[in-house]
Design a protein around this ligand. Structure first.
Ligand code: SF4
Length: 442
């Protein structure tokens, strides 16, 4: 019987795609997907270290796997991958008394996984591989895509920006651009496998410049992906406000398959805090950009990331965050309390001086304001007919399906799972803070 693997993924889309790649590499090496941890010969925990809480999840899982092993007498090979693996390396073995982990694999060493887990079955000593890699190419036809409708395609790995709160430059390394030819080949491969929506991934996607075509920047790349037959929609994450050019705004406006949604992480509404975060733009720069984007693409929907409680953030700074949130009117927001991270400028140089209780109070106020904003924006959709790319059967009601508008809003409607992958015009009948409800129109 073929050995079985289980991959548990924490964190961002980049990690989800890395897990798809690791699943493909293991299957290419003769492994099969396990039903659950009891059935697994290999458990891969693909970790996230963007916040302390995210890191703690790893230790909890390791403990649970150890207990299960004691109960069942079957302990799988355990590989820890992702950003905590890259960040901690050998130290992870020390943190777990060297007993729970067989393989520690960094974010740039995915291809080593099958060999290392195979060796772990006979090697009593854990192996650690976290050396940086320049090569960002990845063979086609390997990734086991986890979604029937959307396909993640990496265009850039790593980041050189070193925002003061961010672990990414230390966990994913320096910025490396993927060859345009390889990106387009992967888009064609994804379309051939039945995927309709292409998600271009990178830490700062709009900083892209093709190593094999110096004249090709991100706006040009969008044009070339838009021209691939069979692509229905194109999304991308994440752009940086600093690199959002006129040609990019025009590409989003003019290219029919590029979704009219832009995720523009702002992180704070205070120019003083933005400077301390090393975001290299001010509040006014950001608001000017928002106005330019809205003027250029009237139907655009914006979303963002926001941090509260960054070192030194005063009540007045936080008020700036609230007023920017009201002024822009984001359709969605990922908001977090600041937590100091290893190997970051803020973690090393700034005192985490905003009390936890104050951070909690601020996040509650911000999320409640954002909920009001979203509810009001969604209410405007009632009575309209919008195109929805159906991507899932409802977990709540068997007779329902769900999907997203071009603006990235979730829409639920009565429908058949056979509609998954189809774009359906939907008349919106009801709106809530996080999604819409409607019926298929015509
Ligand atoms: S640009 Fe994004 S990924 Fe890069 S350091 Fe800043 S927050 Fe992190």
């Amino acid at each position: 019987m073929a050995p079985r693997y289980l991959i548990e993924t924490f964190g961002c889309q980049m990690n989800v795609h890395d897990s798809e790649r690791m699943a493909g590499l293991l299957e290419q090496a003769g492994y099969e997907a396990a039903l659950d941890e009891r059935d697994a010969d290999v458990v891969v925990i693909n970790t996230c270290s963007v916040r302390e809480h995210a890191e703690d999840k790893l230790y909890t899982r390791l403990g649970e796997i150890r207990v299960l092993g004691e109960e069942t007498g079957h302990t799988p090979v355990v590989a820890v991958t992702g950003c905590v693996a890259q960040q901690e390396g050998e130290a992870l073995l020390g943190a777990t008394n060297g007993r729970l982990i067989d393989v520690v694999l960094g974010t740039q060493q995915l291809r080593m996984l099958p060999d290392l887990v195979a060796r772990a079955t006979s090697n009593p000593f854990p192996e650690v591989r976290i050396d940086p890699q320049n090569d960002v190419s990845f063979p086609l036809g390997i990734a086991r895509r986890s979604d029937p409708v959307k396909a993640y395609v990496t265009i850039i790995e790593g980041c050189n920006d070193h925002c003061a709160f961010c672990v990414v430059p230390s966990t994913r390394g320096a910025e490396r651009m993927r060859r345009k030819g390889e990106i387009l080949d992967e888009v064609r491969e994804a379309v051939a496998s039945g995927r309709r929506e292409i998600h271009l991934l990178g830490q700062i996607v709009n900083h892209y410049r093709a190593p094999d075509d110096p004249g090709c920047d991100f706006a040009r790349l969008l044009h070339e992906v838009d021209a691939v037959p069979g692509v229905a929609r194109i999304r991308f994450a994440s752009p940086h406000p600093r690199h959002t050019s006129r040609p990019l705004i025009e590409a989003i406006r003019d290219l029919p398959r590029v979704c009219k949604h832009l995720h523009l992480p702002v992180q704070s509404g205070s120019s003083r805090v933005l400077a301390a975060m090393r975001r290299r733009h001010t509040r006014d720069d950001y608001l000017r950009l928002v106005d330019d984007v809205r003027e250029g693409i009237p139907k655009i929907q914006l979303s963002t990331d926001m941090i509260v409680g960054f070192p030194g953030e005063t009540a007045a700074d936080f008020e700036d965050t609230l007023s920017l949130t009201r002024r822009v009117g984001f359709h969605s927001m990922f908001s977090f309390k600041y937590s100091p991270r290893p190997n970051t400028l803020a973690g090393k140089r700034l005192t985490d001086d905003v009390p936890e209780t104050e951070k909690t109070a601020r996040i509650v106020v911000l999320q409640s304001l954002q909920r009001e904003v979203q509810t009001a924006l969604h209410a405007r959709e009632v009575g309209r007919v919008v195109d929805v790319l159906v991507d899932a059967a409802s977990r709540r009601r068997r007779s329902d399906v769900s999907g997203r508008t071009s603006g990235n809003t979730v829409v639920n409607l009565p429908g058949d799972p056979g509609w998954i992958g189809r774009t359906v015009p939907v008349r919106i009948e009801r709106a809530g803070p996080n999604s819409l409800w409607g019926v298929a129109a015509g």
